[in-house]
Design a protein around this ligand. Structure first.
Ligand code: TRP
Length: 463
C-alpha cells in the first residue's frame, strides 16, 4: 500500500456510517420513493421495497463492502489487486464511467435544489403567486408555480450558475480528503437532515385531514402489484442504496479493519428506508389535507410545484420552504460527493498525484459536461439523440443500463471468481467475529441477485 493510500480512512464509526448513509440517502429516497409509492399501491410498494432491500439490496451492498475493504483501493484498483493479470478491472472502469455520467446530471438537479433554496430564502419563489386556500381551486397557483419552474430551470444561465456552485462546493469538500472532507460534511449534514425531516413530519401530520393521507399510505393496495411494480421496487432499491457503480467499493476501502460490515449494511439500509417512509409521512398527509390528491407526484412536479403549493397554504410559508429545500440540498450534496469520489480515488491512485490535484482534474470537465445537461432544458431542448435530450440520455444510459450491468458483474465476480473465502473473511473481520449470514449472502450473490438484476435490465424491452 502506498503512503497516500494508507492515510485515507474514516476516522470514526459514526463518521463512516454518516458518510455511507449520506451517499445512500439522496434524491432517490426523497422524490423518487413517494412517486413510486403513489403509482404502485402505497404500502404494498413499501412492503416490496423492504423485501427487495433484504433479499437484494443488503447482499449486494455487502458484496461491494467486502470487495472494497479487501482490496483497499478504488473501484478499478480493487479488481487489479484481487485478481492481477485478469480483465476483471473492466468492472471498475464500468463503475467509474457510470458514476461520472451520473454526476453530470445529478449535479444539475442538485443545482435546482440550491436554486429553490435560494429563492425560498429571498422569498421570490412565492412572489406574485395568487393566494391558495386548502381545498380550493389550485389551477391559478398551479400555473404560477409552473411558470416559476420554467423560469428557474428552463432558462440557460441561472441553473448553470447554481450547478457550478454545487460543483465548487463538491470540489472544496472533496479536496479536503476523506476524513476532513467527506466525513466531516456528513457528520454535520446527516443529523440536520433527520431533524428537519422530523420537524416537517410533525407539521404535516397535524394538519386537518392528514389522517386520510396516512391511511392511504399505510393501506396496501395489492391489486396494484404487477411484474413491473416488482421491477420498479428493485430499481428503486439499487438507486437508493447507491449500488452497482463502485461508490460503496470506494467508501468501504476507507473502512477500518474492525468495522462490522453486516451491521453497517443493516444500518445504512434501515436509515435509507426510514427517510423514504418519513418522506411519505410528509407528502401524503399534506396533499390529502389540501385536496391535492389528484396532483401528480412525479419527481420534479412533486418537489418543485405540488410541495410549494402546500407550503403556500401553511402559515410560515417561507420557513417550511427553506427547511424543505435545505433538506433536499443536504441529501443531494452528500450523494454527489460520494459519486464524484469514485473517480477522484481512481485518478489519485492511478496517476499518483496528490488528492487536491486529482480532485481538480476530476472536477474541471464537470463544469462543461453538466452545463450541457442543464442546457437540455433550454437552448438544447431540441437537440435529441435516440429521441432523448442529453440529460435524459445520460440518465437512462447510466441508471437503467450501466448500473444494473455493473451490479451483475460485481455479483458474478464475487460469487464465482474472487479469491476463495473473501466474503466470509470480510464478514467475520478475518475470523475475529462470528457471522451467521455469510452462507446466505453468498447464495444470493451467486444465484439470486444476478437473475433478479437481469430482470430489471431487460424489463424495459418488454414494455
Ligand atoms: N443513492 C443516491 C440517491 O438515492 C444516489 C446515488 C449516490 C447513487 N451514489 C450512487 C445511485 C451510486 C446509484 C449509484 O439519490
Amino acid at each position: 500500500m502506498s503512503k497516500t493510500e494508507s492515510k485515507m480512512q474514516f476516522g470514526s464509526k459514526i463518521g463512516l456510517i454518516a458518510a455511507t448513509v449520506g451517499s445512500a440517502v439522496g434524491l432517490g429516497n426523497i422524490w423518487r420513493f413517494p412517486a413510486e409509492a403513489q403509482s404502485n399501491g402505497g404500502a404494498a410498494f413499501l412492503l416490496l421495497y423492504v423485501v427487495c432491500m433484504l433479499v437484494l439490496g443488503i447482499p449486494v451492498m455487502l458484496a461491494e463492502f467486502s470487495l472494497g475493504r479487501a482490496g483497499r483501493s478504488d473501484a478499478f484498483g480493487v479488481f487489479r489487486k484481487l485478481s492481477p493479470g485478469k480483465s476483471w478491472w473492466l468492472i471498475g472502469v464500468l463503475g467509474i464511467v457510470a458514476s461520472y455520467t451520473i454526476t453530470c446530471f445529478y449535479a444539475v438537479v442538485t443545482g435546482w435544489t440550491l436554486e429553490y433554496l435560494f429563492h425560498s430564502i429571498t422569498g421570490s419563489l412565492y412572489e406574485g403567486i395568487a393566494p391558495v386556500t386548502a381545498g380550493g381551486d389550485f389551477s391559478v397557483a398551479d400555473a404560477g408555480f409552473q411558470a416559476k419552474m420554467a423560469e428557474y430551470i428552463s432558462t440557460p444561465l441561472a441553473p448553470i450558475l447554481f450547478t457550478w456552485a454545487v460543483i465548487l462546493i463538491n470540489m472544496f469538500v472533496l479536496a479536503r480528503g476523506v476524513e476532513k472532507g467527506i466525513e466531516k460534511l456528513s457528520n454535520i449534514l446527516m443529523p440536520m437532515l433527520f431533524v428537519v425531516l422530523i420537524a416537517l413530519c410533525c407539521v404535516t401530520l397535524t394538519l386537518p385531514g392528514a389522517g386520510e393521507g396516512v391511511k392511504w399510505f399505510l393501506t396496501p393496495d395489492f391489486s396494484k402489484i404487477t411484474a413491473s411494480t416488482v421491477i420498479n421496487a428493485m430499481g428503486q432499491t439499487f438507486f437508493s442504496l447507491s449500488l452497482g457503480m463502485g461508490t460503496l467499493i470506494t467508501y468501504a476501502s476507507y473502512y477500518p479493519a474492525n468495522t462490522r460490515l453486516a451491521s453497517t449494511s443493516g444500518i445504512v439500509a434501515a436509515m435509507s428506508l426510514v427517510v423514504a417512509v418519513l418522506m411519505g409521512f410528509v407528502i401524503f398527509p399534506a396533499v390529502s389535507s389540501f385536496g391535492l390528491d389528484g396532483h401528480s407526484l412525479v419527481g420534479t412536479t412533486l418537489v418543485f410545484q405540488t410541495l410549494p403549493e402546500v407550503f403556500a397554504c401553511l402559515p410560515g410559508t417561507q420557513i417550511w420552504s427553506i427547511l424543505f429545500f435545505a433538506l433536499l440540498f443536504m441529501a443531494a450534496l452528500t450523494s454527489t460527493v460520494s459519486i464524484i469520489e469514485v473517480t477522484i480515488a481512481f485518478v489519485h491512485n492511478k496517476c499518483r498525484i496528490s488528492r487536491v490535484k486529482a480532485t481538480v482534474l476530476t472536477v474541471l470537465p464537470l463544469f462543461v459536461l453538466s452545463s450541457l445537461c442543464s442546457l437540455s432544458f433550454s437552448t438544447l431542448s431540441d437537440f435529441k439523440i435516440f429521441g432523448m435530450t442529453i440529460f435524459d440520455l445520460l440518465d437512462v444510459f447510466a441508471t437503467n443500463i450501466l448500473l444494473p450491468v455493473g451490479a451483475i458483474f460485481i455479483c458474478i465476480y464475487l460469487g464465482w471468481c474472487a479469491p476463495k473465502g473473501l466474503l466470509k473473511n470480510e464478514l467475520t473481520n478475518g475470523g475475529t467475529i462470528r457471522s451467521r449470514i455469510s452462507g446466505t449472502v453468498m447464495f444470493i450473490i451467486r444465484y439470486v441477485a444476478p437473475v433478479m438484476i437481469l430482470m430489471v435490465l431487460v424489463a424495459p424491452l418488454f414494455k
